[in-house]
Design a protein around this ligand. Structure first.
Ligand SMILES: NCc1[nH]cc(CCC(=O)O)c1CC(=O)O
Length: 301
């Protein structure tokens, strides 16, 4: 809702003559809180019901956290704009400790992200990772009731909802490489509208080119490896002086096996860089690592 309101406010400034309404929706992704996201079908859950609303003409556009948007949208839908990125890093949130390094052996850390789980298990094998779902308030409530010594959340969500003071420290992307698209919002539309309105042109002023380039490279890696919440995959790009630096990682959920790759290339050819980094990961047996993950997930379900 914060994100939708943010887009509404920006559109209202650009197009003061238009009236813009928010159609609030609760998705299945929001409702299923008792199982980890990776087991109930992943990213698509947050997106599908909004697409139905657009297909039925009840909504003209949908605002998403890009991290939750599948790499391949259903036929007839497209992303029209990617907004300027918030802080893409993971945040360490705790009432008693300042960082992962301070946690004693056996301390319980909450996260339902396989990527975060895998990265923590690799660097801090003495910690215990437990699933954590729900909206931000639910997750913080569970921390405050003592169910966890610490939880890991996206810094972007905490900052957007006015809770930056809950962040005790930010995880260095060097150790906790962010997920593809983390911290960015995207606007999805119906590609060909029956009324002929060119919504892509209407939304173009909201598109932030450097963010769009960064996430295009990141999402390419995710796409090559069939990216969904079901696999621990990180992809993070930065741009400095027109040069993009893309880093990516795939791992097993226990963090015992992983492949890492990074490359620099021109920022205006993000998908090529994404493909090249994916090729490097492939050379390090990324497919075998991911195949091992899928066997695990199946055994558990
Ligand atoms: N899948 C949940 C999700 N999708 C986007 C965000 C955070 C906001 C963002 O990355 O833009 C979160 C929560 C989290 O990772 O803590």
């Amino acid at each position: 809702m914060w994100q939708a309101e943010h887009v509404r406010a920006q559109l209202a400034l650009l197009y003061p003559q238009c009236s813009i309404e928010i159609l609030g929706m609760t998705t299945r992704g929001d409702q299923i809180l008792d199982r980890t996201l990776s087991k109930v079908g992943g990213k698509g859950l947050f997106v599908k019901e909004l697409e139905v609303a657009m297909a039925e003409g009840r909504a003209d556009l949908a605002v998403h956290s890009l991290k939750d948007v599948p790499m391949d949208l259903p036929e007839g839908f497209e992303l029209a704009a990617v907004l300027e990125r918030e802080d893409p890093r993971d945040a360490f949130v705790s009432n008693d400790f300042g960082s992962l390094d301070e946690l004693p052996p056996g301390a319980v850390v909450g996260t339902s992200s396989l990527r975060r789980q895998s990265l923590i298990a690799a660097r801090h094998p003495h910690l215990v990772i437990k699933p954590l779902r729900g909206n931000l308030d639910t997750r913080l409530g569970k921390l405050d009731r003592g169910e966890y010594a610490a939880i890991i959340l996206a810094a972007a969500g905490l900052k957007r909802l006015g809770l930056p003071e809950r962040i005790r420290s930010l995880l260095d992307p060097e150790h906790s490489l962010p997920a593809a698209g983390q911290g960015a919002m995207a606007i999805e539309i119906v590609s060909a509208r029956s009324d002929g309105v060119d919504l892509r042109a209407v939304l173009a002023p909201l598109n932030h080119l450097p963010t769009a380039q960064r996430v295009a490279a990141e999402r390419k890696v995710s796409k090559v490896f069939g990216g969904s919440c079901q696999i621990p995959l990180a992809a993070f790009a930065t741009i400095d002086d027109g040069v993009m630096h893309l880093r990516a990682m795939v791992a097993t959920p226990d963090g015992k096996r992983s492949a890492h790759a990074q490359l620099r290339g021109p920022a205006d050819a993000p998908e090529l860089l994404g493909q090249q980094v994916s090729d490097l990961l492939d050379n390090q047996d990324a497919r075998a690592i991911l195949a091992a993950c899928k066997v695990d997930a199946g055994a558990d379900a």
